[in-house]
Design a protein. Structure first.
Length: 353
């Protein structure tokens, strides 16, 4: 399980190299005392050592990376606005900078008041200091328009490669059979509705197990403990899985994917489920409804989620939903389409500066 930005950066960097671009990616290291360079499949990797793993480490890494980038020629693509205050350096140096503004990070429940203030201020600064903004969802664009002119914002969602087959071998270690389990892949945070999903699944008892991917630390996180305690033998917590082939197999062979995210824009995990041809049961907020279109089954609370789970036995309905979801993915979320849009905006930014 890797974050959306990491997954996007890898795929986009490789594709841009194949299109003839010189691509540099900044990578954070926990060891070393000097910035070094390596190359990977045509991508120039600038390795920035930062001896901190906390939020302070991220701030230091971003600042060091920007200072290094100021000495380079070309256009900058910044993923995330958490340290947008440093974008003033790009402005001073007249170095064009396009920023993906991610979701509405400061609204997430996990942050303290101080961190929420920091994130809100950087959202405000990023919207003003970056030369152009990328919103991964129309609602994110509408949100950002309170800070800047809408002409400065382009909607470009995430993409994912279509999965049309996958081995069943990775299922064996969890005692799973293809097409006979539900799956949930999300960071274990309250806004992702994992506790509500587990409670509803146990009460609905749909006759198939629920497989939950994610790193849980019940000894140090009360929410994690709540989620684990809410489960029974039908809920399998398999931990965080970092082998992409294993995750792809688990996605592809699931009978249904459950998506409880309530905050943010276009969620990469939801796009990946659609790319795998999964029937989708999703929280019915404006973000998820736009992504899934009319191919999803939606819920708003635990009661409506139990009703949605009851529909898992309707094979005809699930087949109809899969057909709609596959078409939605093909028309909106193929990686080459997403990369085309980024490339066009980067070219415009270079031409204008």
């Amino acid at each position: 399980m890797h974050g959306g930005f990491e997954t996007f950066a890898e795929g986009f960097a490789l594709d841009m190299v194949s299109r003839g671009w010189d691509v540099t990616v900044y990578c954070q290291l926990e060891v070393g005392d000097k910035i070094t360079e390596t190359h990977w499949q045509g991508v120039r990797c600038v390795n920035v050592p930062v001896p901190y793993t906390s939020a302070i480490g991220t701030i230091v890494f971003d600042l060091k990376s920007i200072i290094h980038a100021l000495k380079q020629e070309g256009v900058v693509l910044t993923l995330g606005y958490n340290t947008a205050v440093f974008s003033i350096l790009h402005r001073i140096a007249r170095q064009p900078n396009m920023m993906n503004m991610d979701g509405v990070e400061w609204k997430r429940e996990k942050w303290s008041l101080a961190k929420k203030v920091w994130l809100y201020c950087n959202e405000w600064l990023g919207a003003r200091l970056a030369n152009h903004l990328v919103a991964d969802h129309p609602e994110i664009k509408r949100h950002l328009q309170r800070h800047t002119n809408e002409k400065k914002i382009t909607v470009i969602p995430y993409g994912a490669d279509r999965i049309e087959s996958a081995p069943t071998k990775p299922l064996e270690q969890y005692g799973l059979t293809a097409g006979n389990y539900a799956i949930l892949i999300a960071r274990p945070e309250p806004e992702n509705s994992i506790l509500e999903v587990v409670r509803s699944f146990v009460k609905a008892s749909p006759g198939i197990p629920l497989v939950v991917l994610g790193n849980y630390d019940p000894d140090n996180n009360p929410y994690h403990r709540q989620v684990l305690d809410a489960g029974d033998s039908s809920v399998l917590f398999v931990g965080a899985i970092y082998e992409s082939d294993a995750v792809s197999s688990l996605r592809y062979h699931a009978k249904v994917y459950i998506h409880g995210h309530t905050v943010g824009g276009t969620n990469p995990s939801l796009i990946e489920a659609m790319a795998a041809g999964n029937p989708v049961i999703a929280h019915g907020n404006v973000f998820n409804r736009w992504v899934v279109g009319d191919g999803g089954i939606f819920f708003d609370d635990e009661s409506s989620l139990r009703e949605a789970l009851d529909l898992c036995g309707d094979e005809n309905l699930l087949k109809q939903n899969v057909a709609k979801i596959v078409e939605r993915h093909h028309s909106m979320f193929r990686p080459e389409m997403i990369h085309d849009s980024y490339e066009q905006e980067l070219e415009k930014l270079m031409a204008d500066n």
